[in-house]
Design a protein around this ligand. Structure first.
Ligand SMILES: [Zn+2]
Length: 249
C-alpha cells in the first residue's frame, strides 16, 4: 500500500477512535500552512477533504517540553551590547510555544520568566537548576524536548543555528537532523547538527535536542536574534522540523 494511503487511513482511524477523548490532529499542507483540527466532532468527511488537499502530517495530542536555557543569576552567554542569552532564550521559547499550541500540542516550558529554577542563589545552584529541569521533563512525558540556547565562539565569524544531540541516542539524532535541515533552509545557513556535551542530553531522555539558535559572539546574529521577525523565523523552522521528525520517526 502506498505511504500516502497509509497516512489517509491513519487519519480516519485516529479520528474515529478519538471522537470522545478529544485528541487532536495537526495537518499540514504542501504550501506550509498548518490546519488545526482539534475539534473532536470532526467528521471523516472533513478528514477526507483534508486528504484531497494534500495534507501530509498526522499527530495526536502530544506534549512538547520547551526547555528555556539559563535564567536568574545565570544569564548564559552575553552579546557585546550586553544582551543576555537567558532573555533571548525566553523570548524565542514563548514564540515557539505559540506555534505548538496553535498546532494542537500540549506544551510545557521549564520557565516562563527571568528567574532560574534553583531556588536560593547559593552554592550548587546550577546543579539544582538542571535537576529541576529534568524533573519537569520526566513529569511531562514529552514526545520531544527542545532546549533553547544561544551560542558564543571565539571565532566571531561563526553564525547561524546549530542543533546538538546525545551520541548513541537515535531519536535525538534524528530530531536534530530534521530541525537542522529546516533551520538551514529557512534561515539560509549550511550548519551541521552535531553531538554535544550537555547536561540535559546526558540524562538519556529520548528525542532531546539543544537548539543553539545563533551566536551572540557574531555581530549580525546578535542584532537579528533580538528582532521578533527573526525569532519567529527560527521558531517556524524548529516547529516545522519537529513536525517532520514526528511524521518520519
Ligand atoms: Zn546556553
Amino acid at each position: 500500500m502506498k505511504r500516502f494511503h497509509i497516512k489517509f487511513f491513519s487519519i480516519i482511524i485516529i479520528l474515529i477512535s478519538t471522537l470522545s477523548s478529544g485528541l487532536c490532529i495537526v495537518l499540514n499542507n504542501d504550501s506550509g500552512s498548518t490546519v488545526d483540527v482539534c475539534n473532536p466532532f470532526l467528521s471523516t468527511t472533513a478528514a477526507e477533504s483534508a486528504q484531497t488537499e494534500g495534507f501530509v502530517h498526522t499527530v495526536g495530542r502530544l506534549t512538547v517540553v520547551i526547555d528555556v536555557g539559563h535564567g536568574g543569576i545565570d544569564g548564559g552567554v552575553k552579546g557585546k551590547s550586553g544582551v543576555k542569552e537567558s532573555d533571548i532564550n525566553l523570548a524565542i521559547a514563548l514564540i515557539l510555544e505559540r506555534h505548538f499550541v496553535e498546532g494542537g500540542f500540549n506544551t510545557v516550558l521549564t520557565r516562563r520568566d527571568e528567574n532560574g529554577l534553583y531556588g536560593l542563589a547559593t552554592k550548587g545552584f546550577k546543579l539544582r537548576d538542571m535537576n529541576a529541569r529534568i524533573d519537569i521533563i520526566k513529569d511531562a512525558n514529552p514526545c520531544v524536548v527542545l532546549s533553547i540556547h544561544q551560542n558564543a565562539h571565539s571565532a566571531t565569524y561563526r553564525s547561524g543555528s546549530q542543533v546538538f544531540f546525545q551520541k548513541n541516542i537515535a531519536s535525538g539524532e534524528k530530531l536534530a537532523s530534521y530541525i537542522q535541515k529546516s533551520l538551514n533552509k529557512r534561515l539560509g545557513f549550511e550548519n551541521r547538527y552535531l553531538s554535544g556535551d550537555y547536561f540535559i542530553l546526558k540524562k538519556g531522555i529520548p528525542a532531546s535536542v539543544i537548539v543553539e539558535c545563533g551566536f551572540l559572539s557574531n555581530a549580525a546574529d546578535e542584532v537579528r536574534l533580538q528582532t521578533e521577525e527573526y525569532q519567529n523565523r527560527i521558531c517556524t523552522a524548529i516547529y516545522r522540523g519537529t513536525l517532520d521528525y514526528l511524521l518520519n520517526k
